[in-house]
Design a protein around this ligand. Structure first.
Ligand code: H2B
Length: 101
């Protein structure tokens, strides 16, 4: 199902609201890195995201090494960024506060 892409203005607002997130060179995705205190914390952080991602039917691309989690958000159904990415990034930022990262 096709999903509407964010406009340039909406994309800029997203980047302003969530400064940890950087736009990919082709502007189709946003990326952020998180350093948790250890592997168990990183896995807990990812588990909490996974539950919400599944509920939202919007899934992150991510990479984990020990305490580090790198996350890419993009909407495959839009071939770019959509409101779904903004919503998931917003949740991840709230979660990051509770994990103090
Ligand atoms: N996740 C992401 N990141 N982008 C999508 O377009 C997407 C998804 N589409 N999760 C969903 C699943 C879709 O494939 C299913 C069929 O609803």
């Amino acid at each position: 199902m096709a999903v509407q892409k964010l406009t340039e203005e909406e994309t800029n607002k997203l980047l302003q609201d969530f400064p940890r997130w950087k736009l990919s060179d082709d502007r189709s995705a946003i990326n952020a890195s998180f350093a948790l205190s250890n592997f168990v914390e990183a896995w807990s952080f990812m588990s909490a995201i996974a539950i919400v991602a599944e509920k939202q039917d919007h899934h992150p691309e991510w990479f984990n090494v020990y305490n580090k989690v790198k996350i890419t958000l993009t909407t495959h159904d839009a071939s770019g960024l959509s409101e779904r990415d903004r919503k998931l990034a917003s949740f991840i930022e709230e979660l990051a506060e509770t994990f103090k990262v």
